[in-house]
Every structure is written in C-alpha cells, then in structure tokens.
Design a protein around this ligand. Structure first.
Ligand SMILES: [Zn+2]
Length: 337
C-alpha cells in the first residue's frame, strides 16, 4: 500500500475524478491569477508562483509563518501515526444523541454536494461524507495528512469523486463559488486567523451553499478547565502531545459563531449545544486517568446506557435559556445568503 513511486516523487494529484474537475478552478493565493498544471505541480500564469505536488498531494500554501509550519508538521505526524491523544479512549461511547445531532446538521446538505473539508486531518470525516454520496476535496494544512486521507479513500473504495490537498484555510486556492458545502470538524478553534477563514469560506461557497461546523469546543472550556488541569499538573506534554494550534486556541463561543457567520455572509440555520453532563463525565474520567498510575487505567470506564442517559439529560439542558450557551461543544449549520 505505498503510493510512492519507489523513491521517485509522485507528481500526479491523488484522487478520483475530482483532480481533473477542480484543476480548472484553481486561483493563485498571491495574485488571483489562474494556475496552470506543469510537470511538478501548478504555476501561476500571472506571477509565476509555484505550487508543488508532494507525494501526490498538491501543496497550495507557501508560508514562512513558523506557526503554520509547526502545525503542518504536527498534524502530518498525527495523521500518519496517531499518538495517544488522538485515539479515542475506551470510556467514549457514540450515542443516539450524537447521531441525531450529526444527522440533523448533515440534512442541510443537498444530495451529491461538492464538499471542501478544512483541517480534515487523517480524512475519516471526508471518507464518511463520500460514502453518503457526496464528492469530497479533503484538505488539511499538512501535506502528510492528505497522504493518510488518500489511503483511507482508496481503502473505502466507492464510485464518488474525491481528492486530497494541503490548503491554508486563510487563503483558499479556489475561484469564488466553487463548492456546495464546507465541512469543518474540530479545527476552526485552532485556526488563528478566524475571520480570514470566514471571508474565504464565504467566497468559495456557492450561493445557497452550506457550512457545517461539526464539533467545535466552547470557549469557556479553555478559560476554566485548561487552567485547572494545568494547576493540578495533569496536563502533561506526553499525554496530550498538543499541537501549537491547540496551545494557542481559545475555543468558540456562541457569539464567535454568530460573528463568524456574519463575516462569511452566512445565516446560521442550526446552532446545537452538545454535551453538558456528558462533557463533565468525560472530562472527570480523563482527569482520573491522568491522576492514577498507568496500570489502573483500564479499571475506569463508562457504560453505554450511562452515557445514553446523560445525553438525554444533556438534550433537555440544551433547551434551558442561559445555560444552553455553555455546552462543551457546538454543532452548527449555516447557509450562504
Ligand atoms: Zn499569482
């Protein structure tokens, strides 16, 4: 399962149908000129800016920004070889509550949409969107994440179109009104130039197009829980292995969601708070995990029915004015007006 041509660099854009379809809609991030394909990747006809294809993944950003380069390094590594922090713990259970929220947010997508994912990581969400019958351009800042995602798309098979690329969400390399939908899962809170991202999202979405924020952590989490964990000394580097983006992030409040949509020219159609008590349970279990010695870790767990019950209460709590602004996560759908 190697996509490397025995040491030779792979200059063909990895994907199924989508690379051909999207090549004509590429736009230089520097001067907005059209891009032309060449042997090593793409080149701007106007200013000569080059975009290389690395191992089959076109890299559509060239930043000297140290933050972005470190992020790219970290997430590339995580996508190819997940560390402990990226692996679901055994106390996590997928519940009916989450399924309903997910289905509701995805119901705003029109059938057979062309979807751009941003900060997609190893590609698991993109693959699942593809399996629902959409065409997916799976992107991340990290070229290596694109490589991991391509592996997942190939494994999944299917006849729907896909492609992978390394894209900076603050400078999206496509012409205006290219995509039917944009999908971001737990990545917006790690992007430093949030309003630049909003402008780009608004630009590349077609009119009537949909933005989905699948799960963004709330802002209070970072104001309260993180300093607390720091204080208790249970936020160790080895366990978390945080990215620089995660260190710098502030989470997303209700107000942030409204502002983001305004900047993007979108109208929120679904803002769903997710996890109150369940969030507390997961966080306290996680804290115990870290306080205990490693050999006791597997004794801690949660049962499916316990979590199901808590999420039912969370659903009710999410209806209470005031409190509904303070969940652990948000799921959002918004439409371009
Ligand atoms: Zn250019």
């Amino acid at each position: 399962m190697s996509y490397h041509n025995k040491g030779k660099p792979q200059h063909k854009w990895l994907g199924q149908n989508l690379p051909q379809c999207l090549s004509g809609r590429l736009m230089c991030t520097g001067c907005q000129g059209n891009l032309q394909a060449n042997l090593a990747g793409f080149e701007c006809r106007a200013c000569g800016q080059k975009y290389k294809i690395q191992d089959g993944v076109p890299v559509f950003w060239a930043s000297s920004d140290e933050f972005k380069n470190m992020e790219s390094e970290y997430y590339g590594r995580e996508a190819l070889a997940p560390s402990q922090s990226s692996v679901f713990r055994n106390y996590y259970h997928f519940t009916n509550y989450e399924r309903k929220i997910k289905e509701r947010s995805l119901s705003f997508l029109k059938p057979h949409s062309l979807i751009l994912t941003l900060g997609g990581g190893d590609g698991r969400h993109g693959v699942s969107l593809c399996q629902m019958g959409h065409d997916v351009l799976e992107t991340d800042l990290a070229p290596k994440a694109g490589l991991a995602a391509a592996g997942k798309f190939r494994e999944a098979g299917g006849r729907h179109s896909w492609a992978v690329a390394a894209i900076d969400a603050e400078q999206i390399v496509f012409e205006a009104e290219t995509f039917d939908a944009i999908y971001i899962c737990a990545a917006l809170h790690q992007m430093p130039g949030r309003y630049k991202v909003a402008e780009q999202v608004g630009r590349v979405l077609k009119k009537g197009g949909t933005l989905i924020l699948a799960a963004e952590p709330n802002a209070w989490f970072y104001k309260i829980l993180r300093p607390l964990a720091q204080f208790l000394g249970i936020r160790s580097k080895q366990l978390w292995g945080q990215s620089v983006g995660d260190e710098a992030n502030r989470g997303v409040s209700y107000k942030d969601i409204i502002l983001f949509c305004q900047r993007a020219g979108l109208k929120p159609v679904y803002i769903q708070p997710k996890f109150f008590l369940t969030g507390l349970l997961y966080q306290s279990t996680e804290a115990f995990y870290r306080l205990l010695h490693k050999n006791h870790r597997d004794r801690l767990g949660t049962r499916q029915w316990e979590v199901e019950m808590l999420t039912r209460m969370d659903f009710m709590i999410g209806l209470i004015p005031g409190i509904q602004r303070y969940p652990f996560y948000w799921t959002v759908a918004a439409k371009k007006i």
